[in-house]
Design a protein around this ligand. Structure first.
Ligand SMILES: O=c1ccn([C@@H]2O[C@H](COP(=O)(O)O)[C@@H](O)[C@H]2O)c(=O)[nH]1
Length: 229
C-alpha cells in the first residue's frame, strides 16, 4: 500500500454535530484528505442522508463500531452496504460468531471494506496487554473473513507481521508537534504511523480544531511522506 498517495491514506474524523458543519469541514479540507469518517456524533445527529451526500468526491468510512448479537450486526452491515460506504466497522469484542455474521453480510458488498476495532486507542490498559489483546482480536477478525482492523500505531507492525501486509490497519490516536493528547492513550505521529505499517491514519481534533484545517492535513501528509519509500 506504500505506493498510494499519502492524501489517500488520510481520514478526517468529521466529529461535528450538524450537516452544515460537516459540509463546511469537507470543503475546508478538500483534497488534502482522501477519506471522510462519519462517527457516532454526526450519524446520530444527521443520519444516513448526510452519509449519502458526503460520499461524493471522498471515500467514506462509517465508524459506528457495531457491537451486538450476530443477527443485529449482520443487518446493520447490510444497511451500511446499501448506503454505499467504502468502509464500515464492528467491535471485535462482539466475538467470533458476530464477526463471522458481519463478514457474511458484507459479502453482498464487495467494494466495501469491513474492519474490526481491536482495542480502543483511548483504552487505559497497559501497552503490552493492549498489544496482546489487539493481536488476538486481529487474528480472530481475519479468520472470520474481515478485511482489517482499527488499532493503535503501537500494534500496527505486529498485526501486519501476524496477518500479512494485505490485512488493513486503520490507526486513530494521531498527534504531532506537542498537540494535546486529550482522551487518547496510545498515540503516535503521522511519520511513525507510516513507518509502522499503518494503511490509513484517522485524524480528528488536530484537523477539526486547527485554524486552517487544510494546512493541518497538509502538515500530516508531509510527515507521512517523509518516511514513505
Ligand atoms: O480506537 C479508536 C477507534 C476510533 N477512534 C475514532 O477516531 C477519531 C479520533 O479523533 P481524534 O480527535 O483525532 O482523537 C474519533 O472519531 C474516534 O471516535 C479512536 O479515536 N480510537
Amino acid at each position: 500500500m506504500r505506493d498510494r498517495s499519502m492524501q489517500q491514506r488520510l481520514m478526517v474524523a468529521l466529529d461535528v454535530d450538524s450537516r452544515k458543519k460537516a459540509l463546511a469541514m469537507r470543503d475546508a479540507v478538500g483534497d488534502s484528505v482522501g477519506w471522510l469518517k462519519v462517527g457516532l456524533r454526526l450519524f446520530v445527529a444527521e443520519g444516513p442522508d448526510l452519509v449519502r451526500e458526503l460520499k461524493w468526491g471522498h471515500k467514506l468510512f462509517l465508524d459506528l463500531k457495531f457491537h451486538d448479537i450476530p443477527n443485529t450486526v449482520a443487518q446493520a452491515i447490510e444497511s451500511a452496504g446499501s448506503l454505499g460506504v467504502d468502509m464500515v466497522n464492528v467491535h471485535a469484542g462482539g466475538g467470533e460468531e458476530m464477526l463471522a455474521a458481519a463478514a457474511n453480510a458484507a459479502k453482498a458488498f464487495p467494494n466495501m471494506k469491513l474492519i474490526a476495532v481491536t482495542v480502543l486507542t483511548s483504552d487505559p490498559m497497559p501497552k503490552e496487554q493492549a498489544r496482546e489483546v489487539a493481536l488476538m482480536r486481529a487474528r480472530m477478525a481475519q479468520q472470520a473473513g474481515l478485511d482489517g482492523v482499527v488499532c493503535s500505531v503501537h500494534e500496527a507492525a505486529a498485526i501486519k507481521e501476524l496477518c500479512g501486509n494485505d490485512f488493513i490497519t486503520v490507526t486513530p490516536g494521531i498527534r504531532w508537534g506537542g498537540q494535546d493528547v486529550q482522551d487518547q492513550k496510545r498515540i503516535a505521529d503521522p511519520a511513525s504511523a507510516i513507518a509502522n505499517g499503518s494503511d490509513y491514519l484517522v485524524v480528528g481534533r488536530p484537523i477539526l480544531q486547527a485554524p486552517d484545517p487544510a494546512a493541518a492535513a497538509d502538515e500530516a501528509v508531509k510527515m507521512m511522506e517523509s518516511v514513505a519509500t
